[in-house]
Design a protein around this ligand. Structure first.
Ligand code: URA
Length: 228
């Protein structure tokens, strides 16, 4: 084989090395994981469990990927795992999660059947600090793949970090909560994060808990209209 013929082969080899493949996760969080990388959620979960794309890999106990029904029509996206979630590997199992359950129960959503729950990032930030933009960006391709594979009809963002992390919308949660918006062709709504509701327990008219009650009823109404 002449050297002219060999050159393109070497170039091809290099291109392949730079492309994330199913068996190779880019450990640099800035490198992309292209849409369509995963055929299913279990392939994605396997990669997430081995992920080293950001510094949180060093301090986590478990990678927290999801819970609920992968075929659910509603996806809830929270902020980040806390201590209970880090210990168990499941999102929203602590006090905030229990309140979220009650909110869902109140309009007869079954958390295991009707809902798929995940977070903007999959590893606990030390001391539950807010995730950094680098951590959010490193984890983002996994979340985008989860959304593609679950293909929910409705996405709920629990709290401002979730909205900002995915859509870039920097408006405050009190401004945008309760209104339907579109992101990437999907119907979405921001709701208060349940931890915020734990800190604001009043149920009086106009308070966060009261507003949450209005929002979950509207979500139930829309779900019945679109999904049943
Ligand atoms: N808060 C979140 O945003 N996500 C969890 O999984 C738990 C608490």
């Amino acid at each position: 084989m002449s050297s002219e013929n060999q050159l393109p082969l070497f170039e091809l080899g290099e291109i392949e090395l730079n492309q994330p493949s199913k068996n190779l996760i880019p450990t640099d969080g800035k490198l992309p994981i292209p849409p369509g990388t995963y055929d299913n959620l279990s392939e994605l979960s396997q990669h997430c469990r081995d992920c080293q794309r950001c510094q949180l890999a060093q301090t986590r106990q478990h990678v927290v990927i999801s819970r609920g029904n992968p075929n659910a029509k509603i996806m809830i996206i929270g902020e980040a795992p806390g201590q209970n979630e880090d210990e168990t590997g499941l999102p929203f199992v602590g006090r905030a999660g229990q309140l979220l359950d009650k909110i869902l129960d109140s309009v007869k959503f079954n958390r295991e059947e009707d809902i798929y729950i995940c977070n903007i990032i999959k590893c606990r930030p030390p001391n539950n600090r807010v995730p950094t933009p680098e951590e959010i960006n490193a984890c983002r391709p996994y979340l985008l793949e989860q959304i593609r594979l679950v293909n929910p009809q409705i996405i709920l963002f629990a709290g401002a970090t979730a909205v900002r992390g995915l859509t870039g919308d920097k408006r405050g949660i009190t401004k945008i909560r309760g209104t339907w918006m579109e992101w990437e062709g999907r119907l979405c709504m921001a709701i208060f994060h349940p931890s915020y509701l734990l800190r604001n327990p009043s149920r009086e008219k106009g308070t966060p808990k009261w507003l949450m009650w209005q929002d979950i009823q509207e979500i139930r109404r829309k779900y019945d209209e679109l999904c049943t």
